[in-house]
Design a protein around this ligand. Sequence first.
Ligand code: NAD
Length: 389
Amino acid sequence: MKIGVIGAGRLGICFALLCEAAGYDVLVSDIRKDYVDSLNNREIVTNEPEVENLLKRSKNFHATTDNRQVIRECDLIYTLVATPSLDDGSYDVSAVWDVVNNLREEMTTIGNTVKNFVVGCTTNPGDCDKFRKELPRSVRVFYNPEFIAQGSIVNDLRKADMVLLGSDPFDSDNAVLKDITSLYQKIQTTRAIVCRMSTTAAEITKIALNCFLTTKISYANMLGDTLRQAGCGDEISGVLNAIGTDSRVGRKYLGYGFGYGGPCLPRDNRAFAHFAKSVGLDYNLGYVTDEINNQHAKFLCDYYESLNGKGIPFYFDSITYKKGTDILTESQQFRLCEDLLKRGFSVYILNDRRVTPQVYDSLTQEFGDRVKFVDNKDNITEPIFIVNT
Ligand SMILES: NC(=O)c1ccc[n+]([C@@H]2O[C@H](COP(=O)([O-])OP(=O)(O)OC[C@H]3O[C@@H](n4cnc5c(N)ncnc54)[C@H](O)[C@@H]3O)[C@@H](O)[C@H]2O)c1
């Protein structure tokens, strides 16, 4: 079986290379020609662990800029193009529609050949049904999103708890579902539980699961802030540990620290809130969770200010949303750094060649020499207040 991956970005390339390593012939496509050329030369610039090695070792892996070639040559066609968020919280799936149009065009050439189209991107509930309606009956549409985090994508794909698989509920042919399940069995080092349902239910599950995680994070931070305010700041981890010990709650995502950020959790939380509203329900859990995340950021800034009566400079060894990544999207660490600068403090930031260029101009223009980038904390000659990132 030949596997196609249309959209070989952060997630797509990891998924494609794991399929190749599992023994499949893999063809990926991407609109970025230079990137496609470098993939074919077995070169990639990434901070995702293992990807460079997987690419270098790959034999049955090829890249093209031609989506229709992928559609023509592959049996199982994944798409992992980007789906940015719109202002109302829903997802802009226009790039997926481009791929659907490619499929429609190619199907007029190759006729009634059966093709299996697997949407792995995050979409709005109901989108896969809309794609299905616009495609010929010989194209079967599935929804199979991944539950991974930046900075550990390969590892997370290997160790996922669940394979979420949405399909047309009226399609009784299980062969493709078996193929997809078997693909994951080959990729994964742990045995994931396969959860099957309609594509719309699977689209809801994807964003609702992340909405649960954001709720859990905001709960833990809200509780931690309350304990601190009540004079029990030293016992936050003890309290959260006790609550997490109850197996109905669980310890994961129940730590006290920065609020949630990055390119996935905040977006899925808002997408779910938007979806509930769009079906006529006035449930505001997602909005409240976001508001607590916001209030917690202010609480943290007040807290650090209160600890630093002498006004010595703060020091950040990372300002990304997760250490080891180069992603500043909704980074709560970066927000704290900016908030402290706005309150008149000076800040040292450990220099990271992937991150510094993204913020250098704006920070130095706004805050002048109150913000300094250093290659080594030990070279700082004045007292500093280290922020625990
Ligand atoms: N990266 C993650 O951690 C993560 C986690 C969960 C879900 N997702 C979802 O996976 C999807 C992909 O995310 P990503 O982070 O890999 O995005 P990305 O922006 O890194 O990659 C998307 C890739 O698609 C390519 N592309 C865009 N339009 C195309 C087209 N018409 N034809 C072919 N290629 C095209 C882009 O050039 C890019 O390389 C999104 O829906 C995202 O929400 C990502």
